[in-house]
Design a protein around this ligand. Sequence first.
Ligand code: SF4
Length: 358
Amino acid sequence: MESMKNILDLKIDELQDYFARLGEPAFRVKQVYQGLYQKGYERFDEFTTLSRSLRQRLAEDFVLRSFKELDRITSPLDGTTKLLWQLSDGMKIESVIIYEKKRVTFCISSQIGCALDCKFCATGKMGWLRDLTVGEIVEQVLQMKKLAERPPTNIVFMGMGEPMLNYDNVMRAAEILADEGGLNFSRKKITISTSGIIPGIKRMADEGRPFRLAISLNAADQQKRLQTMPIAKKYPLEQLLKAAQYYYQKTRKRITFEYVLIAGFNDSIEDAKKLVKISRQVPCKINVIPVNSIDDHFPAPSQESLERFEEAIQESVYAVTVRNRKGWDIQAACGMLYAANEKQKIKPEKLSLTDQAH
Ligand code: SF4
């Protein structure tokens, strides 16, 4: 069952090679890629421009949908929709659709669980289970596109997992989503968000990857950062900022620093001043996000302290955005729906890849 290849793993030139081997004309690949990414076909028998025998052959060679929806929660306040998927091996991941004025952001996962154990994160509590395949990353977007009220304007790798620790699959999936012959999603609207994996940041710069880079900073000094993000031990703040500078020098692209605001921990005026200092070292935008509290250790800031913090950095920083409390009522932070689902002990039967292909 596991040996069947997911067609969403393939870049357009690889699909081209496949058709060439079958002796099919080159235009077939266009028809198939459009069917996959623009029309969103979910079964090979929907590709009616192909002969019956070719459709049959594709269904024998490839899987087209490899997972199913297990749970969905939509916020009655803002429409934020959190999805829990069950993968072919029974594992589960989450994705989120966030509506914000004209923006529709698809937040996707790159790993099942995460090894980095950030203290404010529900996914971190699971530990790392496995990396997602290219097809599984791409499929989140295609399945969400079917469910969303409007097509996505932004795709962010901010769901479960650390994208830089599944670098090859993440970059390949992002390239597939951006392919002009398929979904044609703007590369500038795809954001790779890291907790600060320096080799990944440098590699992205050296390879000239055209996607946006976000760094989850969450504290403006090393000691505080260490308290919530154990990865700061391996990649200290000072070195991380040097890597961020390197990235900017190479790419001339502004980084976004994500700053999860936690009451009484990193929301003082002193913290704000340190953050401003960092923004002078590295051309950046700053995204302040009130913590999605998973326990009493990390209380959410009051509206007042959020505004005070924002005010303190606003003047000096190039661009500051404060993310609304999107989906707070449905616990939309990564890993939370998974955790709730585990508690309820929903144990659906295993999904077979071959069942799903028809
Ligand atoms: S915040 Fe991101 S990097 Fe940190 S534990 Fe959670 S998923 Fe992993």
